[in-house]
Ligand binder design. Structure first.
Ligand SMILES: NC(=O)C1=CN([C@@H]2O[C@H](COP(=O)(O)OP(=O)(O)OC[C@H]3O[C@@H](n4cnc5c(N)ncnc54)[C@H](O)[C@@H]3O)[C@@H](O)[C@H]2O)C=CC1
Ligand SMILES: O=C(CO)COP(=O)(O)O
Length: 320
């Protein structure tokens, strides 16, 4: 199977390096200067420095190399995915399109696979998600992910083709659960970062992880996710990783808010936009998601950490 990875950021590069263990793979960068430099240095100096890109990764900025593949991994930020799919829909028809991004689109409130289904209805949509830092994948460290696809046969085929000796994929049919787990854990990771950055302590962070997970289950229930999925790699697994590691950009973004420090605005922080999407989804479904709501307000600078804490602690006492 010919595989292309669209999006040569940290994750796209890490995935391409890992998949090259199975054979040739194309890595598409939208910027031709970036592609030329990467092809020359065999390194993604801007997004994933110090990781050697093997010769089996064809680095290209020519979209024909993407359109020539049967399977395309979409490692483009969630808020940009819809426009990219819309622009190239006619060339993507009939392909297997595997979303590798984590987020809910702010305009449409769709997850990545729902975006694929909306823009390229006759493609086979799937989602690759779970606890995995790009650097770990590029280093061939053992990693387990969820491959979610509504079509059982296509899902099993993708599971086999995209697993490598160190990348172990578990199959799921619950696309909505996989989309929600990956999107929501980033929101909760921001809250955890704020908690630690503001000095509220590790006990408070454990409470945020647990109550955040309750919010993930609440919205998952309303949108038809299988609760089992949220306890799996794409939900609880990724929540555990992202809420406790300085390697996470969402967590570091929260740390910066908590400590009132500047944060590089060019860093991809999916949870900030997704917090707003989730807050809007919660309104549509009449759900109470207090942590997601304060993360939306914190990320857009409407409130400070002390106000967020006071908001959460002043809520009426209730059953767990
Ligand atoms: N970095 C990581 O460890 C992991 C990232 N992810 C997910 O992968 C997705 C991408 O993240 P990263 O690669 O880490 O971000 P990144 O910031 O390293 O790279 C983003 C890439 O997307 C490209 N891009 C941005 N807008 C675009 C557009 N309109 N059209 C085409 N390409 C565009 C940029 O040129 C850049 O190469 C995110 O949804 C993230 O949550 C998932 C698992 C791990
Ligand atoms: O999704 C990730 C790990 O599974 C990467 O997290 P960040 O986007 O917060 O860096």
């Amino acid at each position: 199977m010919k595989i292309a990875v669209a999006g040569a950021g940290a994750f796209g590069t890490g995935l391409a390096i890992s998949l090259a263990a199975n054979g040739p793979v194309t890595l598409w960068a939208r910027n031709s200067d970036v592609a030329t430099e990467m092809a020359k240095s065999r390194e993604n100096k801007a997004r994933l420095p110090t990781h050697k890109i093997p010769r089996d990764v064809l680095i290209s900025s020519d979209l024909k190399d993407v359109f020539g593949a049967e399977t395309v991994l979409l490692a483009i930020p969630a808020q940009k995915l819809g426009a990219w799919l819309a622009e190239h829909a006619q060339h993507l028809a009939g392909k297997r399109l595997v979303a590798c991004c984590k987020g809910i689109d702010q305009t449409t409130l769709r997850g990545p696979v729902a975006q694929i289904e909306a823009h390229v209805p006759d493609a086979i949509g799937a989602m690759l998600t779970g606890p995995s830092f790009a650097a770990d994948i590029a280093n061939h460290l053992p990693t387990a992910l969820t491959l979610a696809c509504k079509n059982g046969d296509e899902g099993a085929y993708l599971q086999a083709c995209l697993s490598t000796p160190t990348l172990r994929l578990y199959l799921s049919h619950d696309v909505i659960g996989a989309e929600l787990g990956g999107a929501l854990k980033n929101v909760i990771a921001i809250a955890c970062g704020v908690c630690m950055g503001a000095g509220f302590g590790e006990s408070a962070r454990a409470a945020v992880i647990t109550r955040g997970f309750a919010e993930m289950r609440r919205i998952g229930g309303a949108l038809g996710a299988d609760p089992e999925t949220l306890t799996g790699l794409s939900g609880f697994g990724d929540l555990a990783l992202t809420c406790t590691s300085d390697a996470s950009r969402n967590y570091r973004f929260g740390l910066a808010i908590g400590a009132a420090r500047d944060f590089d605005p060019n860093t991809t922080v999916e949870g900030a936009a997704t917090a707003i999407s989730v807050t809007n989804l919660a309104k549509h479904h009449d759900l109470d998601l207090p942590i997601c709501r304060v993360v939306a307000d914190l990320s857009s600078g409407k409130i400070d950490p002390e106000t967020a804490l006071a908001t959460l602690l002043s809520r009426p006492l209730r059953k767990e």
